[in-house]
Each structure stands twice: as C-alpha cells, then as structure tokens.
Design a protein around this ligand. Structure first.
Ligand code: NAD
Ligand code: LMR
Length: 329
C-alpha cells in the first residue's frame, strides 16, 4: 500500500461535500488500496455541523480512512495536503448567474491560495468547484506563486457528464458510447459543449444525431443551463452530481487516458495550442498519463458556430478577471 494521501476538502459541512466525503473515504476517488486522510475546513459557525459529518464518517468504519482533521483555520487545513478540493463557497440562488457570486466568493480564494502556497505538500494539486470556479481558481493560482500553474484545475466535468447523458438519450444508446465530449471555456452559461468532436459509438455525434439545429440550440442550452434548471427544480444547486463530477475529474488525472480519448478540465492557458488568451483558466480537451499531470490535446477543429461561442466565453472570462483583478496579487 502506498503512502497515505492527504486531502483537504473545503466547505465540508455543505451539501456537495456530504455526497463527496463518504465516496473519498470509501476509496472511490483514489482507489480501493489507497489510504486517505481528510483535512476538513469549515467556517466557524459550521463547525458543529462538521462534527456531525465526522461522526458519520467514523460510523462507516471505512478501512481506508486514516485520519480526520477538522478546522476553521485554512492554514491548518492545507498542511501537507496532496490534493486541495476547493468546494467551500456560497452557491447561487434562483435567477442568479454564477458570475454574480464573484464579489462574495472571490476573496475566499486569496487566503486559500496563500495557505496552499505556504503549507501544502510539494506535489499538491488543486481542483476548484466553488463558483464562479474558473475565476476563483485564477485567484487561488495567483495567490500561490510557488505552486506550478499546471497544478490548478476548475471543474467542467459535471458539464461534460451532463452533455454525454443528453447525447446518449437523444441517440438512444448507453452513455458509455459517447466519447470526447469536450466543454470549452467557462463553467457558466457561455460554456461551449463541442458537438462537432464528440463521438457516439465511434462516429461523429453530429452524424448520428443528424440534427445540427438541435445540437446548436436545444442541446447546447440544456447543458449550459442545467445548473439553473436543477436549482429551479430542487430549490438547491446540484450536489450529488457535482460530487460525482469531482470524483471523475480526479480519477481522470490518476488514470492513463485511453488512446484517442480526452476529458474536459479548466486549466491555465499559456496561449497554446488554441490561441486562448494567456492566463485564463479555460476548459480544454485534456489527457493524462495517470500520474496527476495533464496535457491539452491539440488538433480539435471547431465550426463557425462553436468558434463564435468560444469567443464569447473568452470575453466573459476576461471580464470576470477584470472584476477581481485586485485579488490577483
Ligand atoms: P453549500 O452552501 O451547501 O456548502 C458550502 C459550504 O461552504 C458551507 O457549509 C459553508 O459554510 C462553507 N464555506 C463558506 N465559506 C467558506 C470558507 N471561506 N471556507 C470554508 N468553507 C466555507 O453549497 P454547495 O451546494 O455545497 O456548493 C458549494 C459551491 O460549489 C457553490 O459555489 C456552488 O455554486 C458550487 N458548485 C459548483 C459546481 C461545478 O460544477 N463547478 C457544481 C455544483 C456546485
Ligand atoms: C452547477 O452547474 O450545477 C453548479 O455550478 C451550480 C450552479 O449554480 O449552477
């Protein structure tokens, strides 16, 4: 058995983490042989609720769960962590866009970034879920200047999974038949679900679906506005599916990506290979060797409709960056 992996999960008494922590502790994220230690961060008023979550973790008697640390101090929470899963932040309510959270949630990621910089393990990797996750990730990355930029991710895996599911249902095939369902850009209503490069049973999804107008309108808007639809239906934002997306995201970084396949992740753009402006946290087609690293996969070609969508999501990310430029250090 390899060395224990220490994972910081923020917002640990919140609804996403209630679906997430038990799956990490049971081995779903890091594998059935891998011991884990959980550093759980909450704000002070939520520490009692967090104790309840920890009691339930204890009551599962998970063989792989070695230690639980509970704290309201972000510096303690980030001590020696190999993974920092940044969920803790306010969710949006009905009628809001995710970007409306930026002023309230953005500042959380300055202290979090600094704490990661100062206290995390040398191999730390960071995944931001709290919204607006791309720009919050940018803030954390800028406040952790000693941590290589390729360690930072924001999550569009939930969007990818949503898109796969929509395509599978439309085509009447199992979801496993849908591959290379790339989400480009921001985890927001401007995201670009790439119907052109997705495949269904090895064939271009657009050929299988045979309805470009559907792909450009109903499919795209269903995926991009799914978060709002769930809030309207449930009265709360997605939680179990978000936790599941995060598990898939981390597993994709720790499993060699099958030849010819990709997964979506928001990572730092250095301008290559798609000409996305440098320094945005942007969702790209990625692959991994399975050691936690990734590369952006080149060669995906977009049609004019998708290219126009990419320009809009770039513009939105640039305007979000402008709003929080004071937090970038
Ligand atoms: P929630 O309100 O149920 O839980 C959030 C928790 O974070 C709360 O317990 C709160 O006390 C805690 N918190 C607040 N500030 C904190 C801080 N500074 N440090 C540590 N903890 C803090 O919310 P939720 O439904 O679990 O959603 C959490 C975030 O995830 C929201 O911003 C939501 O919009 C986002 N989200 C993102 C995706 C995605 O795909 N990227 C999907 C779903 C939700
Ligand atoms: C989602 O996509 O479900 C989350 O980002 C929550 C939200 O506000 O939509």
């Amino acid at each position: 058995m390899s060395k224990t992996i220490r994972v910081c999960v923020t917002g640990a008494a919140g609804q996403i983490d209630y679906s997430l922590l038990f799956r990490i502790a049971s081995g779903e994220m890091f594998g059935p042989e891998q011991k884990v230690a959980l550093n759980l961060l909450e704000i002070t008023p939520a520490l009692d609720a967090l104790k309840g979550v920890a009691m339930e973790l204890d009551d599962c008697a998970f063989p792989l769960l070695e230690e639980i640390v509970m704290t309201d101090d972000v510096n303690v929470a980030m001590k020696d962590v190999n993974w920092a899963l940044l969920v803790g932040s306010k969710p949006r309510g009905p009628g809001m866009e995710r970007g409306d959270l930026i002023k309230e949630n953005g500042p959380i990621f300055t202290s979090t970034g600094k704490a990661i910089n100062d206290h995390a393990a040398d191999d730390v990797r960071v995944v931001v879920v709290g919204n607006p996750c791309n720009t919050n990730c940018l803030i954390a990355m800028h406040n952790a200047p000693d941590v290589p930029r390729d360690r930072f991710h924001a999550m569009t895996r939930l969007d990818e999974n949503r898109a796969k599911s929509q395509l599978a249902q439309k085509a009447g095939v199992p979801v496993t038949e849908v591959k290379n369902m790339v989400i480009w850009g921001n985890h927001s209503a401007t995201q670009v679900p790439d119907y052109k490069n997705a495949t269904i049973s090895g064939k271009p999804a657009a050929d299988v679906i045979g309805d470009l107008a559907y792909l450009q309108t109903e499919f795209t808007s269903t995926v991009a506005k799914r978060g709002a639809a769930i809030i309207a239906a449930r009265g709360k934002s997605s939680a179990a599916s978000a936790a599941n997306g995060l598990i898939d995201h981390v597993k994709s970084l720790l499993t060699p990506t099958p030849e010819g396949e990709v997964f979506s992740s928001c990572v730092n753009s250095d301008g290559n290979p798609y000409g996305i402006p440098e320094g945005l946290i942007f969702s790209f087609p990625c692959r991994s060797n399975g050691d936690g690293t990734y590369e952006i996969v080149p060669g995906f070609e977009l049609d004019q409709h998708l290219t126009e969508g990419v320009a809009k999501t770039v513009a939105e990310l640039e305007s979000e960056r402008e709003v929080i430029k004071d937090l970038l250090g």
